[in-house]
Design a protein around this ligand. Structure first.
Ligand code: M6R
Length: 612
């Protein structure tokens, strides 16, 4: 993970880097640091903790450098501490480097360096790679870029690195494999970052660096090369992103802003695709491969975390509507197994960031075995987008809160449209049901808006349960993955232990947990399992558990049983998860806020998990 920013040009580098690091803090916030090169030499400032702590330590310091690199860390090798913070300095003190990724063979490289007399000041793999580069550079008397190239040929793992050389104050050298790197092109200036958010206020012209590419940046020059030292023509793209999209816009937290954006993001996801009046869904990524998708023997959803939950909902939807068998795989398990993949299998890779390392490697492996990869992704031009054969973007806009909210509902919306298109083409859905579901999807933004009006009621419920230590989330059918998602949200935002279960599975074990102190949240909107879930609620009440029920408006039966009820507008059971997750997102948010936690940056987490 980790966020990297670098600048070279005519501006003061520190303010550019500082602002960029704040925007990239979602990628990690264990420590932050900058290296700046000016007439006084190469100076490194770094501190354990969030970017603001590093900023405070530098208040009042003159930092006139026009070239610099900065880093916000999510710890992998070595605990969060000042000494493990990036940038690292090489043994000679001539080079400073930032790194995002993991050097898997660092132990071997370290051994070689130690035998040559090197000492290390940190526990990081980064310092090892830096000294490995320096060792080649100093011994071969070659240009630094050549030393980087030689070193990277020996490296196993993932990296984006950026090097600052005190002997060459007009050049930055960067390289990428497996972690994201964007270059912003300004007038006599260049920006480097893990994503475009630190860059957009200066320029909209960007180059996405590919794996095994090396960039040599000077204020007025960008040279891209491959590791074979051949020049590559940079492909300059225009960013389709506005600054307002990555700011809080008056909300206390990004998470709350993103929850409240959902009527709009779902609308944006449907816009230009679904036309309920005409009964059409336009999705080029599906149409261009319709035969293949219709004739799939099997669909394998590959994802992590919240995106995996979206895949679980999709399993129910695709099997019901398209009659295609679906498997839902944790990318981290799938990639290390020896999965059986047949020609005719479709892999659906679901990812908000499009950079999740496990998902990326999983699809690359499946591709090698002949699978067709369809990406359901939020970030345009991301690594998974580029590795997919086809796909559909979710158009939810930048999601900055570490807890995924609007990306999840947009993923569900896209997956439902894809399923409907395939089902219509295959003839596995009646025209009547197809039109009904199109209308239902069309109404989702409005129903989500109504669900958000329950904000104050949910705040009250959150206050009531904020001191609890365990929560059980239960649901059946389409709402079972929603229960899992609700539990994940609570865990990550409030640090309260929470578990999601299929409601009927409760009696096979978890019911032993139930007593008068245990809140049990039922996702129990009206569906074909309704009577069954009413019985499950009775079972909890009989054991004195506290029941919080998410129900369809007017459900007097459940309301009479539950301690607290949240009523949602009626929706078809297939579509319902997009709406029933909203109160669970708000509940987790407010409990986290009541507990005084940093909901946008929960401990130990990062937004984009680019390590395995
Ligand atoms: O970017 P991705 O969708 O691939 O990320 C997958 C998970 O890391 C992500 O959903 C994570 O579980 C979130 N923190 C959940 O809120």
């Amino acid at each position: 993970m980790c966020g990297i920013v670098a600048y070279i040009g005519h501006r003061e580098a520190y303010p550019v880097i500082l602002k960029g690091l704040k925007r990239l803090e979602y990628r990690g916030y264990d420590s932050a640091g900058v290296a700046l090169l000016d007439e006084t030499g190469l100076n490194v400032y770094k501190k354990k903790g969030k970017v603001a702590e590093m900023e405070d330590s530098l208040i009042g310091k003159a930092l006139p450098a026009k070239i610099g690199i900065g880093h916000t860390r999510w710890a992998t090798h070595g605990e969060p501490s000042d000494r493990n913070a990036h940038p690292h300095l090489s043994a000679s003190g001539k080079l400073a480097m930032i790194h995002n990724g993991i050097i898997e063979n660092y132990a071997q490289l370290k051994k070689e360096l130690v035998s040559k007399g090197y000492h290390f000041n940190s526990d990081t793999d980064t310092e090892v790679l830096l000294n490995f580069i320096e060792d080649i550079w100093l011994n071969n008397h070659c240009p630094l870029e050549e030393a980087v190239r030689i070193a990277l040929k020996r490296v196993v793992g993932a990296y984006v690195i950026v090097l600052l050389n005190s002997e060459d104050p007009d050049t930055l050298i960067a390289a990428r494999k497996g972690s994201p790197l964007v270059i912003g092109i300004g007038k006599n200036e260049h920006f480097l970052a893990s994503d475009a958010s630190p860059i957009i206020e200066y320029t909209k012209e960007v180059v996405y660096v590919n794996d095994y590419e090396l960039a040599i940046l000077r204020p007025d020059e960008l040279i891209l090369k491959n590791l074979g030292n051949e020049k590559i023509t940079p492909y300059i793209q225009k960013l389709d992103l506005e600054l307002s999209a990555i700011e809080k816009g008056g909300y206390d937290h990004f998470m709350l802003k993103e929850i409240f954006e959902q009527p709009q993001t779902i609308y944006d996801c449907l816009r230009g695709r679904l036309d309920a009046d005409k009964g059409t869904i336009v999705m080029r990524g599906v149409e261009n491969h319709l035969e293949q998708l219709m004739n799939a023997n099997r669909i394998i959803m590959v994802a992590c975390g919240t995106s995996w939950h979206a895949g679980l909902v999709a399993e129910y939807v695709f099997e019901e509507l398209c009659r295609i068998p679906v498997e839902v795989e944790y990318a981290s398990e799938f990639r290390y197994r020896n999965p059986v993949i047949h020609k005719g299998d479709i892999i659906m890779a679901i990812s908000q960031s499009g950079e999740t390392a496990d998902t990326l490697v999983a699809i690359e492996k499946a591709k090698e075995q002949g699978a067709f990869i369809f990406g359901v992704l939020n970030v345009v031009g991301s690594s998974i987008a580029r590795a997919s054969h086809s796909g559909a973007y979710t158009h939810a806009g930048p999601e900055i809160g570490v807890a995924s909210t609007k990306a999840f509902t947009a993923q569900l919306t896209v997956l439902m449209m894809v399923a409907l298109k395939i089902a219509a083409a295959k003839g596995t859905i009646s025209q009547e049901k197809y039109i009904h579901l199109l209308n239902e999807l069309h109404e989702v933004p409005e129903k989500v808006e109504i669900a958000l009006e329950l904000n104050d009621r949910i705040k009250e419920i959150a206050a009531k349960y904020a001191d609890t230590h365990d929560v059980l989330y239960l649901g059946r059918g389409y709402n079972f993955p929603v229960a899992l998602e609700g539990a994940l949200k609570l865990k990550e935002i409030s640090y309260i232990h929470a578990e999601g279960y299929p409601a009927a599975e409760m009696k096979h074990g978890p019911i032993a947990l139930v007593d008068e102190t245990l809140p049990v949240i039922f996702v129990a909107t009206k569906d074909s399992y309704h009577e069954k879930i009413v019985s499950n609620i009775q079972e909890i009440k009989a054991r004195k558990g506290k029941v919080i029920a998410i129900v369809t408006e007017g459900d007097e039966m459940i309301s009479s049983l539950a301690d607290d009820t949240i009523e949602l507008p009626a929706a078809d059971e297939i579509i319902a998860p997009i709406i029933s997750v909203i109160p669970l997102q708000l509940l987790a948010y407010y409990i986290g806020v009541y507990k005084g936690l940093d909901v946008d940056k929960p401990r130990n987490l990062a937004k984009s998990v680019t390590v395995e």
